[in-house]
Design a protein around this ligand. Structure first.
Ligand code: SF4
Length: 353
């Protein structure tokens, strides 16, 4: 059986086989990923109506790729008050938004209550809103800064109303690359440990991969393999989200930008390797809407959501500051021959558009 036949038979592929897929004909690879997508989701493309809130950009860490945190290149520190956050939540809730996605920089001055109390306020006033909040990097920061264990922080999150965890902070698991791009932040093992503990509480999360900077193809495959291994144990990841590196306003000196071809290949390979993760997201914020639409043919079955406002990637050059209009988003998916399906945060179908 050759590799193509092996993949089509549904057999699991190993590291070397996955790496070799980068050498496969581009369209042949796309067809293999598309076959897996169709098997899982047919022509459905999921999205949700969500709102991102990034409450502070003051950060105790220094990641070279980051353009969001307040620093010399972005000298605009801010920290939102709870009233400001609640005003946003009130407004979006009145317009039918179902999910609030809250991630921040690692602000050492707010006190842990500032992080936790806002979840409780949102849940108390809007119990039907899904709160997706705190990346594993934030959990690690809070644990270190406030002298708590991961278990204690995760229990507090559950207690204060966090429903699921976003997949941020995974970056690239390879330790050498990680050391270079974000030394001092949560380690790969810690990131995986935190998600394992979260899943053991019966909770779901996502997992990202930041690529297109200084990592090699082998590092991407290694990243996928580590996710696959944890997913075999817990089954707690809803979605894999490859994030394309954004190059502006940061300290990572990347000379060659990743091509659209390489992005689509990486998406397709991840669809094939991650045979135990149901959903693959083309996060339009970092790939552009157009490429995300093409990625539907390369294994992606989720286009995230309308977002409304986004500060982290737009600070690094992405055209996502004001989200995307719902009607336009739906029309774009339909025009590419796919079926737009609005979902909730844990992939229950809400409406076929
Ligand atoms: S990526 Fe996150 S942790 Fe790193 S500097 Fe930026 S805000 Fe801070």
């Amino acid at each position: 059986m050759n590799l193509k036949e092996k993949i089509l038979s549904g057999a699991r592929i190993d590291f070397e086989e996955a790496l070799s897929l980068y050498e496969m004909d581009f369209f042949e690879l796309g067809e293999l990923a598309d076959a897996k997508r169709k098997e899982l989701h047919g022509k459905k493309t999921y999205f949700n109506i969500n709102r991102h809130i990034n409450p502070t950009n003051i950060c105790a860490d220094i990641c070279k790729f980051c353009a969001y945190a307040a620093n010399r290149k972005n000298p605009n520190p801010y920290t939102m008050t709870h009233d400001e956050i609640m005003n946003i939540v009130k407004d979006v809730h009145s317009r039918g938004i179902k999910e609030i996605h809250i991630v921040s920089a690692h602000n050492p001055d707010t006190g842990i209550e500032w992080y936790l109390d806002i979840f409780k306020k949102i849940k108390t006033h809007y119990p039907d809103l899904h709160i997706k909040a705190l990346t594993a990097a934030e959990v690690d920061f809070l644990a270190r800064h406030y002298g708590k264990t991961y278990d204690e922080i995760l229990d507090l999150m559950v207690q204060y109303g966090v429903d699921s965890m976003p997949g941020g902070g995974a970056e690239i698991f390879d330790e050498e690359v990680r050391d270079y791009i974000c030394k001092g932040k949560v380690t790969s093992d810690q990131w995986l440990e935190i998600h394992e503990k979260w899943h053991s509480r019966g909770k779901k999360s996502n997992v990202t991969m930041l690529f297109g900077h200084v990592e090699k193809r082998k590092d991407r495959i290694d990243h996928m393999m580590r996710i696959r291994a944890l997913q075999d144990k817990t089954g707690g990841f809803n979605c894999f989200i490859p994030l394309v590196y954004q190059s502006e306003n940061n300290y990572l000196n990347v000379k060659e930008y990743i091509t659209a071809n390489e992005i689509l290949k990486t998406m397709a390979i991840s669809r094939i390797v991650l045979d135990n993760v149901a959903n693959l997201k083309a996060y339009w914020v970092t790939s552009t809407v157009n490429l995300a639409l093409v990625a539907q043919e390369f294994g992606a079955n989720d286009l995230d959501g309308t977002i409304e406002k986004e500060s982290i990637n737009s600070a690094a050059g992405a055209a996502s500051a004001n989200g995307v209009n719902l009607e336009e988003f739906v029309a774009l998916i339909k025009n590419t021959g796919f079926i737009p399906v609005e979902r909730d945060s844990v992939y229950n179908e809400i409406k076929v558009w």
